[in-house]
Design a protein around this ligand. Structure first.
Ligand code: TRP
Length: 365
């Protein structure tokens, strides 16, 4: 038997520039996975149709961010020669697949999806006033994943309910129509500090509306400015006071970004490891400014290669558009293959083979 191919699929809604929370939470990992050589295929896509489920009245926002996010992808090191980068709405097969999946899911099952529940609350939809498109996006997300026969979906923990729902749809489909779809595994971020990076103000989440993000496209000066005003430890009033690491955003970011090599080099040997720096901070005698200086240096060192690649791609936006267009064409071929398998399994592949015509001829003869 042919060995099951390892296929990665993941994506983002193009509703804004990506920030360093996206970088440590997902982008950095995707680039590592891409470069690991362990995967037969890698699909990374912009979920523009999904973004429209709650931005249908502001399509311009989605339109403007498609290239912005593509630049974030490319500057982070996603390589169009190794990863297929594409746009969701350019794959009409996804709609077709979703349409059949809708038969396999009940309203109450979607209502029980914790991510949908929270989002309904956040958006203030009450009772039955939820737009159908928004309500069914977990079903369309199952189509996104299965159309490419993905085995591995690297996403944040907030997407766990989506993956569970997808796996249920796969099992339901395979039980009903035959073993056609691949059940995907979720691949969660490996570093605790990377699960969710707080905002620079210490709020639980980086979000554009809170104005507490550091963007991948921020200049070195912007990073300096943003780190300067970062939330630390409100009890650490004097340098000599003992400091607290818990909830201290500077140290959370250091956990997510710093390597001991960087800490040693950028503190000129004062601290051979991040742990020793933390110990000094906890004891007292290490000021916030010094910690912020180190964090700024590490962030800028990390982001500099991204900025450089971004500048190059910005010189060739037509080329970036072409990458997305060609990626979408290639992605569509895979989705169309899956669609053929699905139609065959569902026995609605009427004119693909002579079988149906022959059968009907016999029946009516
Ligand atoms: N829901 C995901 C998000 O908001 C984006 C997404 C859409 C996705 N379809 C997907 C992620 C399929 C992984 C696989 O971030």
């Amino acid at each position: 038997m042919e060995q099951k191919k390892k296929v990665i699929l993941t994506g983002d809604r193009p509703t804004g520039r990506l920030h360093i929370g996206h970088y440590v939470g997902s982008l950095r990992r995707r680039v590592e996975l891409q470069n690991s050589g362990l995967y037969d295929k890698i699909f990374i896509f912009e979920a523009d149709a999904q973004a429209l489920t709650d931005n249908f009245d502001n399509p311009e926002k989605v339109r403007q961010n498609v290239i912005e996010v593509a630049l974030d992808y490319l500057s982070a090191g996603l390589d169009p020669a190794r990863s297929t980068l594409f746009i969701q709405s350019l794959i009409p097969e996804l709609c077709e697949l979703s349409f059949y999946y809708m038969n396999l899911v009940t309203v109450s099952r979607v209502q029980r999806n914790p991510t949908v529940k929270t989002e309904i609350q956040m958006r203030g939809f009450s009772g039955e006033s939820i737009p159908v498109g928004f309500f069914t996006y977990p079903i369309s997300q199952a189509a996104d994943i299965t159309a490419f026969r993905a085995t591995t979906v690297p996403v944040g923990e907030d997407q766990e309910p989506m993956l569970e729902q997808c796996r249920e749809i796969v099992r339901r489909f395979n039980n009903t129509y035959g073993d056609v779809l691949v059940e995907p595994d979720i691949l969660l971020p490996d570093n605790k500090a990377c699960l969710r990076l707080p905002g620079t103000d210490g709020q639980a989440k980086m979000s554009k509306s809170l104005g507490n993000c550091i963007y991948l496209s921020d200049s070195a000066d912007e990073v300096v400015r943003k780190v300067k005003t970062m939330y630390t430890d409100p009890l650490h009033l004097q340098v000599s006071d003992p400091g607290h690491l818990e909830g201290n955003t500077v140290f959370t970011y250091l956990d997510a970004f710093a390597t001991d090599e960087q800490v040693e080099r950028l503190t000129a040997g004062a601290y051979p490891t991040l742990d020793e720096m933390k110990a000094h901070y906890t004891r007292g005698g290490l000021g916030d400014m010094k910690c912020k200086k180190l964090l700024t240096a590490i962030l800028n060192e990390t982001l500099e290669p991204l900025r450089q690649r971004r500048r190059e791609y910005e010189q060739d936006i037509a080329g970036v558009c072409q990458i997305l267009q060609e990626g979408s064409m290639r992605a569509r071929e895979t989705a169309a293959e899956t669609m053929d398998m699905v139609r065959r399994a569902m026995r609605i592949d009427y004119f693909q083979t002579p079988e149906f015509v022959e059968e009907m001829k016999k029946k009516y003869s």
